[in-house]
Design a protein around this ligand. Structure first.
Ligand SMILES: Cc1cc2nc3c(=O)[nH]c(=O)nc-3n(C[C@H](O)[C@H](O)[C@H](O)COP(=O)(O)OP(=O)(O)OC[C@H]3O[C@@H](n4cnc5c(N)ncnc54)[C@H](O)[C@@H]3O)c2cc1C
Ligand code: FES
Ligand code: FES
Length: 478
């Protein structure tokens, strides 16, 4: 019998022994008959299934919009799950009213997900509201019949009519939104009610689990049909695997840290100043709230975006199997296509890299068919230390040019000691071409990927050293 999962669903406290691997979306629609949450792609792409998940952080609850089609029910223990049905107030909420006023809904299939994403934006723990934020919030919601013009106008109306930011953060902000009928009154009691649910400290009792689930954003896309019927280990019940700390020279990142938590962390923003910009190219807000760094590595996709970045940062992984703990360099973790230096019992617990010094710059590039919400055709990251116009050390990775995320050792060796100039970059491109072996696949032909290796190397250097190298130089002379 699976352990009980206790959580608050809208207003009601629920305890269920339903399999912890059951999808939240299926539970809502099939067991609870809450069919306002829609089932569209069931792969995280359309946003029709977006719900809010609230979690205690200190004295308040922070809410995040997530795709319920990729989330295990067992993870909801001690949390507040909010569906569109929670917003059935005396009148339409300002979000719903704005969508009606601006004609932002035709068939209505996408509308609940859109309302939840926008409500989630208003509930963000801190900060004011703006157009860019509305766009950010809707990044994971597709609408196939109304179009986005009316939704943008609805966003404008929300910005004019709702005051979310001035009340400050945390529970004050929630109270302010209750007063404006954005969310119901009982939201004020949720922190105390969540605190009364006894926590589950470790896992969910599935010692020999068939599947280890972190964010579930890869696993459910691949194995969504099986997981609800098998034993699962829900890593998100292990709080100790979350969080980021800088200790002296080292950055320690819990393997369960999500893409969004990584990008929003102020220490990471100092170390990788453009992390926010890079992250906009990865998935959507709703997926980034779920996708973990650990899952990106262990998934072993040749085009994992965070993996490419972490390879260039010369990351060390900590693996634990309950009995022993060991460290392994990310660069030697990938042994072949989806083959890892990891036993089935080992869990990736921590990701560690050094704080780059002042002479070191970091950059990430990604090419994909669509600018946002798309996997990479090829991605690449570089960490480069220079002194007096010369490269002291380079660390370069490429994804999508080999069966594994590739650390470009030969190209790095070639770059060390060279002057930062065009002839260095052009020669490095030749080395990188011989070091990578792209194959033609669904993401592009081998020739196209070779072209991207060239373009991304040029992009790294022209972005990081604009005083010495410009894109124009490369294309006027070559
Ligand atoms: C719509 C959509 C868009 C996406 N866009 C991008 C994108 O732009 N860039 C990108 O890189 N990826 C993207 N992804 C893929 C996915 O979100 C990422 O790979 C993510 O990092 C996976 O993390 P997760 O926590 O969800 O992993 P899960 O799905 O939970 O797990 C993936 C695998 O890793 C294992 N695992 C996870 N964590 C651990 C751990 N700590 N220890 C041991 N094993 C573990 C699991 O058992 C499983 O085998 C996208 C996915 C979707 C659905
Ligand atoms: S159903 Fe499409 S994102 Fe969940
Ligand atoms: S209103 Fe029909 S899909 Fe958006």
């Amino acid at each position: 019998m699976p352990a009980e999962t206790t959580f608050i669903l809208n207003h009601d406290t629920i305890s269920t022994t339903e399999s912890p691997g059951t999808l939240v979306l299926d539970y809502l629609r099939r067991k609870q008959k809450l069919v306002g949450t829609k089932e569209g792609c069931k792969e995280g792409d359309c946003g029709a299934c977006v719900v809010l998940v609230g979690e205690l952080t200190g004295a308040s609850v922070s809410y995040k919009p997530v795709t319920s089609c990729l989330m295990p029910l067992g993870e909801l223990h001690g949390k507040h799950l909010v569906t569109i049905e929670a917003l059935r107030l005396d009148q339409l909420t300002p979000v719903q009213q704005a969508i009606v006023d601006e004609g932002g809904s035709q068939c209505g299939f996408c509308t609940p997900g859109i309302v939840m994403s926008l409500t989630g934006y208003l509930l963000q723990p801190a900060g004011g509201l703006d157009d860019a934020g509305i766009k950010y919030a809707l990044g994971g919601n597709l609408c196939r019949c109304t179009g986005y013009g009316s939704l943008k106008r609805a966003g404008g109306q929300i910005l004019q009519e709702v005051d979310a930011g001035s009340a400050g953060s945390g529970q004050d902000r929630v109270s302010n939104l209750i007063a404006q009928q954005v969310v119901p009154d009982y939201f004020s009691q949720i922190p105390a009610r969540l605190r009364s649910i006894p926590p589950i400290q470790r896992g969910n009792g599935a010692a020999q689990s068939a599947y280890i689930i972190a964010g579930g954003t890869d696993l459910y896309v691949q194995r969504g049909g099986e997981i609800p019927y098998t034993e699962v280990e829900i890593l998100n019940r292990r709080q100790e695997l979350r969080g980021i700390s800088v200790e002296g020279e080292h950055v320690r990142v819990g393997a369960l840290t999500t893409f969004e938590e990584f990008a929003q962390n102020t220490d990471i923003q100092k170390i990788i100043p453009r992390i926010g910009e890079y992250m906009m190219r990865n998935a959507s807000w709703q997926i980034r709230n779920r996708a973990t760094l650990g899952g990106n590595i262990v998934n072993a996709s040749p085009i994992g975006d965070m993996t490419a970045l972490l390879l260039a940062l010369d990351t060390t992984l900590t693996l634990e199997d309950g009995l022993k703990k060991r460290n392994v360099a990310l660069r030697s973790f990938f042994k072949g296509y989806k083959q890892l230096d990891k036993t089935p019992a080992e869990v990736l617990t921590e990701i560690m890299f050094s704080v780059p010094d002042s002479g070191t710059r970091v950059h990430f590039e990604k090419v994909s068919k669509r600018k946002t919400l798309d996997i990479a055709s090829v991605n690449s990251a570089i960490r480069i230390k220079t002194a007096s116009g010369k490269i002291v050390r380079a660390d370069l990775s490429f994804g999508g040019v080999a069966p594994i995320p590739l650390f470009m050792q030969n190209t790095c060796d070639f770059l060390a000691g060279k002057q930062i100039e065009m002839k260095t970059v052009l020669a490095a491109i030749d080395v990188a071409h011989s070091e990578s072996a792209p194959i033609s696949d669904i993401r592009g032909s081998a020739d196209y990927k070779r072209l991207l290796v060239r373009q991304l190397l040029i992009a790294h250097f022209t972005t990081l050293f604009p005083d010495q190298l410009t894109v124009k130089d490369f294309y006027e002379t070559h």
